[in-house]
Design a protein around this ligand. Sequence first.
Ligand SMILES: [Zn+2]
Ligand SMILES: [Zn+2]
Length: 148
Amino acid sequence: MSFSIGPTITTNLTAPPPWYMTPCYVWPWGTHPGGYRMVKVETGQKRYTHRVMYEQVKGLIPDGLQIDHLCRNRACMNPEHLEAVTQQENILRGIGPSARQARQAHCLNGHLFDRANTYMYKGRRQCKTCQYERNLRTRARAAARASG
Ligand SMILES: [Zn+2]
Ligand SMILES: [Zn+2]
């Protein structure tokens, strides 16, 4: 099977995610609603390129599992960017506020969500810098009130 190498992913993350070093492989012909690519295999069947690729490199996809694109590029079939997950996991990752938050590299105020600046609260990532600044403001207000 031959394929062309598609555009690389651009990202503004300071710490590159593991797939950053390998570009997405995009099958250049044919599309499918939703951005996926399909190919005709030897049996004449039409199949998703990423599923074909995954099976060639990593083995059969277990029953009931879907292939998740870690790079979020649905046309991509780089096996390094593909992971077999349950449907529920795939939905959680792909849409919804928790999935969106999980992909965010910065807090609302632009502070980087790295190991040192992040803590978990009720299953969500929180920014330590923002928390620190909130504490300072609270203390300043309290001091202002106290001095009347
Ligand atoms: Zn990719
Ligand atoms: Zn912040």
